[in-house]
Structures are given as structure tokens and as C-alpha cells.
Design a protein. Structure first.
Length: 247
């Protein structure tokens, strides 16, 4: 979930330090890619990709995703990368014919794309349909999937009309004592409480946990970022920390 459990090692000699499960062979090893991580959200129809939008991700030092922003603009993914053409080539090679598409990739310092994980499903953690539907007003996210599987013609993809983002509020792991808002939220902003008082919020990264998420929409990226920061500041969450850091 959100890259929980991912570790960066310099050599195989470091594997034993990651714990008994890893020593027993419970891991997947992949090359580390230097660059900024993104994902593309879309739909495959008869082998052809319909790209809805792209997602810029924020991560902490342990690679756990702490937020998402749509769309990822040309300053982040240069047009020279030919994103759509590269993605279609990958889909052709993999033989993906239908279904929602969530594909993760990196843009290297040299402005090249390295494709990573291909998922024939929607993105998680509010990426889709929440953010996708917010930035593409009028898009019937699930209706398009059903119609495509039935062989029905699909309308043109609605133009991206807004920006949207989500940030996860982090606390210590433990029992939630109280959740409240210190003031009224900015317009176009909402809070999703993942844990209520009395419930246990479990650690997802060391001692850190995610008891809430804030979502915001606005006409441009700076306004989204400002609303997210304001909403996070308004969240008052008290947690009785567990000594073991959660399950």
C-alpha cells in the first residue's frame, strides 16, 4: 500500500538487515531508478490507450506515498518525453487489451522516462476515481469501463478543467483519542477521516501512521497546494501512541 515496506539497498549484503521475512526469500528485488515518480491514469479499449490524466506523487524518505496531485504539468513531464506514444508501445508489447490502467513511471534527471509497474486496475489512495473525476469534469469513470467492455463507442475524453490533490495527515501509531477541525475548511476542500476516536491507527512507515486525508480542488496547482496545507493545519488529531509503533 503506497510503497509501504520498500527499502533501498546498495548491495545484496544488506538483505539480512531487513529482517527474517526477507532472509527467508519474501521480497521482490528491482533496480533503483533515480528520478521523480509519476503515474498515468487511463483505460485500454481494444488495445488502444485512453489517457485521462497523469499523477505527480510526493513520497517520504522511505518511499511511502504521502500525497498525489493531478494533472502533472509539462514542467514535470516534458512533451519531448512523448508519454502517450511510449505508453502505447508498452501496452502493445504486454498485450493488454482492456480495463482500467494505472501505470507508474519515473522521469530521470536526463528527462527520460523509465516505465515501472503496469496495473490493469484503477489507481488507489483517491487517485481514481476521486481525483480523476475532479480534474476531468463530466467523465463517467466506471461507465466508460462498462461501455468499453460491451463494445459501445465512447465519447471524446473531457478536457482537463481543474487541478486536484490529496495529502495524507501523518501521526504516531496508536489509539485515536480525538479528531476535530480547528476552523472551517477552505472552499473546495474536504477531509476523509480514516480512523475515528477509539479506533487504532496502524503504522505504515516506522512509527508514522495515516489517520486522515485531505482533498482539494482548484483552478491551478498553487491554489490546490495552498488549500491542502490550510486543511492539514486545521486538522486536530490526538493519538495515544503505542509503544510498539502499531501493527
Amino acid at each position: 500500500m503506497g510503497s509501504v515496506g520498500v527499502h533501498h539497498i546498495a548491495s545484496l549484503d544488506e538483505l539480512p538487515d531487513l529482517g527474517p521475512d526477507v532472509v527467508a526469500g519474501g521480497y521482490c528485488l528491482e533496480e533503483f531508478v533515480t528520478g521523480t515518480e509519476f503515474s498515468v491514469e487511463g483505460l485500454t479499449v481494444d488495445g488502444q490507450v485512453r489517457v485521462y490524466t497523469t499523477t505527480a506523487k510526493t513520497t517520504n524518505e522511505s518511499f511511502v506515498e504521502t500525497g498525489h496531485l493531478q494533472p502533472a504539468g509539462p514542467d514535470r513531464i516534458p512533451p519531448s518525453c512523448h508519454l502517450r506514444e511510449q505508453l502505447q508501445t508498452c501496452i502493445d508489447a504486454l498485450g493488454i487489451r482492456c480495463g482500467h490502467l494505472h501505470v507508474e513511471f519515473w522521469v530521470t534527471p536526463e528527462k527520460e522516462i523509465v516505465w515501472g509497474e503496469f496495473h490493469v486496475r484503477q489507481g488507489g489512495d483517491f487517485i481514481a476515481p476521486d481525483l480523476v473525476s475532479a480534474v476531468c469534469p463530466g467523465l463517467d469513470f466506471y461507465g466508460e469501463l462498462i461501455d468499453s467492455l460491451r463494445g459501445e463507442p465512447l465519447p471524446p475524453i473531457p478536457e482537463i478543467g481543474r487541478h486536484a490533490g490529496v495529502r495524507f495527515v501523518e501521526t504516531a501509531a496508536g489509539t485515536v483519542v480525538d479528531t476535530s477541525l480547528s476552523r472551517e475548511l477552505p472552499a473546495g476542500t474536504d477531509v476523509f477521516w480514516e480512523c475515528r476516536p477509539g479506533e487504532t491507527v496502524h503504522a505504515v512507515n516506522g512509527l508514522r501512521a495515516r489517520p486522515a486525508a485531505v482533498l482539494a480542488c482548484a483552478d491551478d496547482e498553487p491554489a490546490v497546494e495552498a488549500r491542502l496545507a490550510d486543511a492539514i493545519d486545521a486538522c486536530d488529531i490526538r493519538v495515544a501512541s503505542s509503544k510498539r509503533g502499531g501493527a
